[in-house]
Write a protein that binds this ligand. Structure first.
Ligand code: FES
Length: 163
């Protein structure tokens, strides 16, 4: 096996281990909040909504962790930072006003990590942990879009407009 193949294989193994660990962690979380797979669907979903403060969220941050807009390592570094900071900013998960979601592609596929924050629909490029911190403090908490890293805006529906 060549050096590049070995490196690609090691990266794949690392990412697979990370994904397996995350799935295990999610199953533990579901069990801990009483929303395991054996619980009837309406109750299971209601418990998840309550546990993660779905109806309290004021802003939703989506982050792409690559692998095309950035390397998976870069994407996961920012993702871990985002998770840690949201936990610090919203210690009570059931009443958290910030919701965060990891995605695998927005079809931008360059200049990542790419991130989008709703309800403003502000799209950000180059979201390193440092830029992520600015997005959290200036935009998500402060309400001001970080213009230097914003490359598109689309609120989807203007305030008060019903389709
Ligand atoms: S891989 Fe991140 S936008 Fe496509």
């Amino acid at each position: 096996m060549g050096r590049a193949s070995k490196l690609a294989h090691s990266t794949w193994v690392l990412i697979s281990c990370y994904a397996a660990r995350m799935n295990e962690k999610k199953e533990h979380q579901r069990a801990a909040i009483g929303a395991g797979r054996d619980v009837p669907r309406p109750l299971r979903l209601a418990r998840i909504v309550d546990a993660f403060g779905i109806t309290h969220a004021r802003r939703h941050v989506f982050l792409c962790t690559g692998p095309n807009c950035c390397t998976s390592e870069q994407g996961l570094e920012t993702w871990e930072y985002l998770k840690k900071r949201v936990k610090e900013l919203c210690p009570n998960l059931a009443e958290a006003t910030i919701y965060r979601t990891k995605v695998n592609c927005f079809r931008i596929c360059t200049d990542g990590p790419i991130c989008v924050v709703y309800p403003e629909g502000a799209w950000y490029w180059g979201v390193t942990p440092e830029v992520c911190e600015r997005i959290l403090t200036e935009h998500v908490i402060g309400g001001r879009i970080v213009e230097e890293h914003c490359f598109a805006k689309n609120r989807l529906l203007p305030d008060g407009e019903v389709p």
